[in-house]
Design a protein around this ligand. Structure first.
Ligand SMILES: *Cc1c(COP(=O)(O)O)cnc(C)c1O
Length: 430
């Protein structure tokens, strides 16, 4: 980091502080992870210097001899890993990837049927503040009030009534396995395209612990930076028959030049994700989430749907006399980072809802296991039960830092920095 330090000490210092923060906190945001040093090296590489609008062999710029090989290789890896017929690795992130799919397959005013945002769906599945809810008609299915799970008969009934042009399955806050086969059948019954948005669970799918949407889905979108543990980016995979439409929607429909440094880093992440070690990782993510869920249940916490099948847990705090926001802020002061979240049928407003969302992907990447999950559940309970006791929260923060010291974080080496501590150490964990 010598160059960065001498050119821009302010950014350098923020990077150092953020590195310490990521090392010394327990990161439970289920969409976050630690990518490897190899991914970071590819992501921070001179591939960023190249413009390459178009696709391999069909570029609008000369000088693509290595970039074409790079993108071709990464697309091949994506197809092989997911069993897809076609892959586009150019979308800048998950939201533009979904937008590209709608641009490819829908006309303005067509209907997008997705899981309602407060029930765990994503903004880009037709929520009204998103462009996807403005250019297209949104049809929203919900989870069942009692079970907290998707009721596939209700989804079918709604689809038959509303006749959407596309049905989206995928979520940001759904703790249960998605039945992609059922969604595929429903889509076929009503003549809709079926989009599986696997942003959160891509790593679980390639790790063999969540069923794959392929071959049921016409199109699959995913981010690459969540459980897949790659750089910030996205991919679209689809049936060969839709390849041309999808590619044209990404470029020139929506984007200009691809981020080649990201493409390279996605390639590295896909290679890592094809190893037995990654399968072990995915299995451990699910085990850890289950242990954390059981330990919270044992301490009187209510979990949406009663538990988890995947990497995330949605805690409904309405029986705890704290709001999601109060809990998330107090936990952050204790070095436990999560986010407040609506729970299905939440009587509170989204800016201060009843729930918090927890996930195991990042802590599992550090090698934490069931005994650490038990400890984390106990700290969460301690903080939420003593939400106004700053001394108690500071004590937990100290214990959290002690535990984190025992678990190196992939990709973060303080030796990379000349001075191993930031100048504003006291700000860490604030
Ligand atoms: C995270 C996520 C996205 C959006 O990804 P960004 O990279 O934040 O734009 C889309 N869909 C789902 C289901 C997600 O979880």
């Amino acid at each position: 980091m010598h160059a960065l330090k001498s050119v821009d000490p302010e950014i350098y210092n923020l990077l150092l502080q953020e590195s310490c923060y990521q090392l010394e906190s327990i990161r439970l945001i289920p969409s976050e992870n630690y990518c490897s040093k190899a991914v970071l090296e590819a992501s921070g590489s001179i591939f960023t210097n190249k413009y390459s609008e178009g696709y391999p062999g069909r570029r609008y710029y000369e000088g693509q001899r290595y970039i074409d090989q790079l993108e071709t290789l990464v697309c091949q890896r994506a197809c092989a890993l997911f069993g897809a017929e076609h892959a586009n690795v150019q979308p800048y992130s998950g939201s533009p990837a979904n937008l590209a799919v709608y641009l490819a397959l829908l006309k303005p005013g067509d209907a997008i049927m997705g899981l309602s945002l407060p029930h765990g769906g994503h903004l880009t599945h037709g929520w009204d503040v998103s462009v996807t809810g403005r250019f297209w008609r949104a049809v929203r299915y919900t989870v069942d009030r009692e079970s907290g799970r998707i009721d596939y008969d209700a989804v079918r009934d709604l689809a038959k009534k509303e006749k959407p042009q596309i049905i989206v399955a995928g979520a940001t806050a759904y703790p249960r396995t998605l039945d992609f086969k059922a969604f595929g059948e429903i889509a076929r019954e009503v003549g809709a395209y079926f989009l599986a948005d696997i942003a959160h669970i891509a790593g679980l799918i390639v790790g063999g612990v969540h069923p794959s949407p392929i071959p049921y889905a016409d199109v699959v979108t995913t981010t690459t930076h969540k459980t897949l543990r790659g750089p910030r980016g996205a991919m679209i995979m689809c049936r060969a028959a839709l390849a041309e439409q999808i590619d044209r929607a990404v470029f020139p429909g929506l984007q200009g030049g691809p981020h080649n440094h990201t493409t390279a880093a996605i390639g590295v992440a896909l290679k890592e994700a094809s190893t037995p070690a990654f399968r072990d990782y995915a299995r451990q993510v699910v085990i850890n989430a289950k242990v954390l869920a059981e330990e919270l249940l044992a301490r009187g916490f209510n979990l949406v749907s009663g538990g988890t099948d995947n990497h995330l847990i949605l805690v409904d705090l309405s029986n705890k006399s704290v709001t999601g926001k109060q809990a998330a802020k107090a936990l952050d002061r204790a070095g436990i980072v999560c986010n407040y979240n609506t729970v299905p049928y939440d009587p509170r407003k989204p800016f201060n809802p009843s729930g918090i969302r927890l996930g195991s992907p990042a802590v599992t990447s550090r090698g934490m296991g069931p005994s650490e999950m038990r400890q984390i559940a106990s700290w969460i309970d301690e903080v939420i039960s003593h939400i106004d006791d700053e001394a108690r929260i500071a004590k937990v923060a100290h214990e959290v830092r002690e535990m984190c010291r025992q678990f190196p974080a992939p990709g973060i080496l303080l030796e990379d920095f000349e001075d191993s501590r930031p100048s504003t150490q006291s700000q860490i964990n604030r």
